[in-house]
Design a binder for this molecule. Structure first.
Ligand SMILES: Cc1cc2nc3c(=O)[nH]c(=O)nc-3n(C[C@H](O)[C@H](O)[C@H](O)COP(=O)(O)O)c2cc1C
Length: 446
């Protein structure tokens, strides 16, 4: 459907006046990333003059909450419910025979280095990396689909390495089993997708075991149109931009990294599985999709985690909203507002939130009159509603996030929660207000 994937997204972003166009010749090595980084990856930028390439590149697409809300036809207040509803009620996809992705099929003389404007982002990165590639793998026995964004180090014209983190135990297990049987695994890498596809991809398989294409259909409110790949038995969105088809080679690993990672540190350098590319499909005039590593684009992952924390708190307290912050890598920090009804609600929220994921390291709990997206407001609550001796909870030596440098250094993480809610029925916490402040139209005064 024309309403699916990147082209539709670009039209919509254009109409909403979000996109910047860069006509200047830009080097994909460092310079392009520097331009994206300047805008904190919160502004979509279409580069139509990438040095050495005819292909356009879009970056900075999904780094802003407001862009996500607009693209997904939702708003701050409803986004969590929309995601939970789609996870609970996935919908069928529509299988079609053909689609724009099949406009060009390359089977011979494949050379991704010449074809695709793949950027190198940081000084010590080992190579150029495809950072927004959606890896789709089909389990040859169960036929289950594994689909998630992974990064790909470029090794040669046809060979790329992929990182499968410890947060994806099912796919790791599948690769291990295939290696024991010395059997390759068919796979595809999809580029040029929309916000719903990215959000669906960030759902954790170990938590839900869902078909993420079906979650997409539910999120989008229409069935995802998929076509079969040309050379592998895998379905991909009919309207995406580029698909790399091939197989994960058994028992062949290539050292991957260094790579400027989440939180801006270089991650582990290790031998990782490789994919051999057999076929490339692309639309006419394809647009290459890039995500500047590795902070702001992880917002999609944070949006899913907000829904997960919200759900785990629902049975405990009257939870208002959850902000998994960008400064905490969209994984490590949560600010949570509650409608406090009992004196123990703040501490109970701390326990449930810290226990909901090994990645969450620090949480701050506030009352619902505090804006959890305003650091000024959160600091106001910390300054005026917290007594450290009573309101700070520290749990030492927990399992933490493998993507967090101080945890990697120590092997364990201390977790901390701050209960910044005010006591119930205590008049000294009454906030001074200006009557009718919200209704003032300031333009009448000047
Ligand atoms: C831009 C971006 C890049 C990512 N890169 C990787 C990666 O290289 N390796 C990885 O295992 N996960 C990566 N992730 C996280 C996974 O996509 C995410 O954890 C997903 O939910 C895993 O799905 P699974 O539980 O089905 O395996 C990335 C996420 C984003 C948004």
């Amino acid at each position: 459907m024309e309403s699916q994937m990147l082209r539709y997204t670009l039209d919509k972003l254009d109409k909403l006046d979000y996109t910047k166009v860069c006509n200047k010749k830009v080097d994909p090595k460092f310079e392009l990333g520097a331009v994206l980084r300047y805008f904190d990856n919160e502004v979509p930028i279409l580069f139509n003059n990438v040095k050495g390439y005819d292909m356009d590149l879009i970056g900075g697409l999904y780094g802003s909450r407001n862009i996500f809300y607009d693209l997904m036809d939702t708003e701050k207040e409803n986004r969590i419910h929309k995601i939970i509803d789609a996870i609970a009620n996935p919908k069928e996809v529509k299988r079609v025979k053909d689609g724009p992705i099949k406009e060009n099929i390359i089977k011979k003389n494949i050379d991704i280095i010449k074809l695709l404007p793949i950027p190198t982002s940081h000084e010590k990165d080992s190579s150029s990396f495809i950072t927004a590639g959606m890896l789709i793998v089909k389990d040859p026995e169960t036929k289950d689909i594994h689909m998630a964004v992974r990064r790909f180090q470029i090794n040669s014209k046809t060979n790329i390495s992929t990182l499968i983190s410890g947060a994806s135990p099912h796919l790791r297990e599948l690769i291990k089993k295939s290696e024991e049987k010395n059997r390759p695994i068919e796979c595809a890498v999809v580029l040029g997708y929309d916000a719903e596809y990215l959000i669906a991809s960030q759902i954790s398989s170990s938590k839900y075991g869902l078909d993420k294409h079906m979650v997409y259909s539910a999120l989008k409110g229409e069935p995802l149109e998929v076509v079969k790949c040309h050379s592998v038995d895998i379905e991909v969105p009919a309207y995406c931009e580029i698909v790399l088809e091939g197989e994960i080679v058994p028992n062949k690993k290539v050292v991957e990294g260094p790579f400027g990672e989440l939180m801006g540190y270089y991650g582990e350098v290790a031998p990782n599985p490789v994919m051999e590319i057999k076929t490339i499909m692309h639309r006419n005039n394809p647009i290459f999709q890039h995500a500047f590593p590795c902070r702001e684009e992880h917002l999609s992952n944070g949006l899913i985690r907000e829904a997960e924390v919200y759900s785990s708190l629902c049975n405990v307290v009257d939870v208002e909203d959850v902000n998994i912050t960008v400064g905490g890598g969209c994984r490590l920090h949560a600010i949570i507002s509650i409608n406090k009804k009992n004196e123990g609600d703040g501490k109970s929220t701390i326990l449930s939130a810290l226990g909901s994921s090994k990645d969450i390291k620090h949480v701050v709990i506030v009352d619902k009159d505090v804006d959890i997206y305003s650091y000024k407001d959160v600091e106001f609550a910390l300054a005026s509603r917290v007594q450290a001796g009573e309101d700070v909870v520290i749990i030492k030596n927990c399992l933490g996030s493998g993507l967090e440098a101080s945890h990697v250094y120590k092997g364990l993480s201390d977790k901390m929660g701050i209960d910044a809610t005010k006591p119930l029925n205590e008049t000294s916490f009454e906030r001074a207000i200006i009557p009718e402040y919200e209704n003032i139209d300031i333009s009448n005064y000047f």
